[in-house]
Design a binder for this molecule. Structure first.
Ligand code: GZL
Length: 343
């Protein structure tokens, strides 16, 4: 909530200049980019938001950051202090502590993994700063430590992938007697997206005795790691029928590895490719038939976050969770979206 801000505005100015100088000295502790010019007087009507983004590991993450930065602008009534934690929880904790010392009005963050947040969230609560979770969730007992969560239903995304594979097998007259050999490229271990998509897909897979999940390996949501682990899986197994890749960036690497191994992938390939996120580059590969299906995970969360903060500012009731709508893309429907999507 905005309190009397005159003194705080000058404190924030001093801290932001210090933070910027601290960054300019090349200190790796902070990779904060102060969204506004810290020397400019912060208009006391602006809502100051500290945003700790977990990293920039994927196209999805880049789009998610852009969505939040587009929404939390000065024109919309916000002053955004942004920190990129480069995939390290300790950097997120440091950034949140810095936001607390800067006495921001709100803290928004996407937790890189679900565990280990109680202490710093208690510090934010004791400082009277509402915390809004974006995208991923935290694993805590006391839900009062965060105000609300804006994201997508990642377990449902995993189940959508499983249900699509069921329909695909039926459409291709694959009976329940024939083995379906599956490998899974998982995202960052302990991330909500990795947990949810794994539980979701496995819930459907458990319905089919002939679905053999040969191995689930960590590709860390990156193209390089996705390619590396796919190369290892292709060496280990010569009978892979399906790859479930928990984000498009790993899918790009996996497809490279499959093709370099002189194997074929996609709608006319030996290997069926299931991906998540639905980034534009991936949807083009759906259209080309290299990816059989892409389960969308919508990164456009900035407007909802701005809306929720405005509701709080006006003393309105808010929900504990806001689930963003999303779609499933195959060659059948992708063309109608390719030219209109924002990411
Ligand atoms: C999903 C998000 C995941 C994306 C990945 O909500 O947490 O993190 O699926 C990103 O692309 O790295």
């Amino acid at each position: 909530m905005k309190s009397d801000r005159t003194n705080r505005v000058s404190i924030i100015n001093v801290l932001l200049i210090g933070l910027l100088l601290f960054c300019l000295t090349g200190c790796s502790m902070f990779s904060s980019v102060v969204e506004e010019d810290p020397s400019a007087e912060i208009d006391s009507d602006l809502v100051v938001v500290g945003f700790s983004q977990l990293g920039s590991e994927s196209l999805w993450r880049t789009a998610n950051t852009a969505s939040i930065q587009r929404a939390l602008t000065k024109e919309n009534g916000f002053f955004l202090v942004f920190n990129n934690a480069r995939q390290k929880q300790e950097n997120q904790i440091k950034a949140i502590r810095s936001f607390i010392s800067q006495r921001v009005d709100y803290i928004v963050f996407s937790p890189v993994t679900e565990d280990g947040w109680e202490t710093v969230l208690l510090e934010a609560k004791e400082a009277g700063i509402p915390v809004i979770l974006a995208d991923r969730m935290v694993n805590i007992e006391d839900e009062s430590l965060y105000t609300t969560w804006v994201g997508t239903d990642m377990q449902e995304e995993g189940e959508k992938a499983g249900r699509w594979l069921e329909e695909y097998m039926q459409a291709h007259q694959r009976t329940d007697e024939e083995d379906v050999n599956i490998v899974v490229l998982q995202g960052t271990p302990g991330a909500t997206s990795q947990i949810g998509r794994t539980i979701g897909f496995n819930t459907i897979a458990d319905r089919h005795e002939n679905w053999n999940i040969l191995e689930q390996v960590n590709g860390d949501f990156t193209t390089a790691k996705g390619k590396e682990v796919m190369q290892l899986l292709l060496k280990k197994y010569d009978n892979i029928d399906v790859v479930v890749s928990q984000n498009d960036d790993m899918t790009f690497g996996a497809i490279e590895a499959i093709q370099e191994a002189s194997r074929t992938v996609g709608v006319n390939g030996e290997i069926t490719m299931i991906s998540f996120d639905a980034a534009h580059e991936a949807l083009e590969m759906v259209d080309q038939g290299l990816i059989n299906v892409d389960i969308e995970c919508n990164p456009e969360q900035g407007d909802k976050i701005a809306e929720v903060i405005s509701k709080i500012e006006h003393g309105e009731e808010i929900e504990k969770a806001y689930v963003i709508e999303e779609n499933v893309f195959t060659q059948k429907n992708v063309k109608e979206y390719l030219d209109t999507r924002t990411y």
